[in-house]
Ligand binder design. Structure first.
Ligand code: URA
Length: 234
């Protein structure tokens, strides 16, 4: 198979963009710089982009949802509440949510049947960043912001450092972007609680640099191959 076709099938980018990667000397086949139009034996050759090995897409499925509030992130709920599984369109395979968002939290939620990827994204050791849009009542002072950024104590354990930016504020409310690397229970809500502020709205807007784009609330779409490639190399 031609190198550009192979790279596209691996989800690296479009064929044309893959040609550019080859021309820029970023692609190797068995450790040697690949030439434009080179042939790849997909069963034997080892291909890498910027030193990162690429593999053909498997039969796994990957979806992104813009979760609305009022849904639980379990396959079944013992209190009979609505579950995110009910929002998946017909024909989707046996995928499950990657990590959790609270009942009252909305935003970016991934689904897959790829256990390796789900594990990588959720394992705290990998420190994959998750960014939230949080709204609180009233204003927040520099002292509280510094405490949130440096880590607060929850259940006897300090939260890691986080990035906290005020996006918009007036006397009645403040909107902030909060980027964390952990996935502890009600993490963002409890961080604010620890500095005396109540979160009234919470939405996950990013995992790493992956965003919802224009996906509407309650909607689901398949991830594009380049998005899957990005997540696999996070
Ligand atoms: N932090 C929370 O408090 N809730 C979530 O759903 C995610 C992060």
């Amino acid at each position: 198979m031609r190198i550009n076709k192979y790279l596209a099938a691996c989800g690296v980018a479009s064929r044309r963009a893959c040609d550019k990667l080859v021309a820029d000397g970023k692609v190797t086949i068995n450790g040697k710089c690949a030439e434009l139009g080179a042939e790849v034996n997909e069963r034997k050759d080892k291909v890498a982009v910027d030193g990162v090995p690429v593999v053909m897409q498997t039969e796994h499925e990957y979806y992104i949802m813009n979760k609305p509030k009022g849904y639980v992130c379990t396959v079944r709920d013992d209190r009979d509440r609505k579950t995110v599984m009910q929002l998946l369109p017909e024909g989707v395979g046996r995928v499950y949510p990657v990590g959790r968002l609270d009942y009252d939290t909305e935003g970016l939620l991934l689904f897959t049947d790829d256990g390796d990827l789900a594990f990588r994204i959720t394992h705290p050791r990998n420190e994959i960043t998750k960014t939230y849009l949080a709204k609180i009542e009233g204003t927040i002072g520099e002292k509280e912001l510094a405490r949130l950024r440096g880590g607060v104590e929850l259940d006897g354990k300090r939260t890691g450092k986080s990035i906290v930016k005020v996006i918009e504020t007036d006397k009645t409310y403040t909107r902030l972007h909060v980027t964390v690397k952990e996935g502890r229970y009600h993490l963002v809500r409890r961080m604010f609680e620890a500095v005396g502020k109540e979160v009234t709205f919470l939405k996950r807007i990013k995992i790493g640099e992956l965003t919802l784009g224009s996906l509407e609330r309650g909607k689901v779409r398949r991830l594009r191959a380049d998005e899957v490639f990005y997540l696999k190399n996070l």
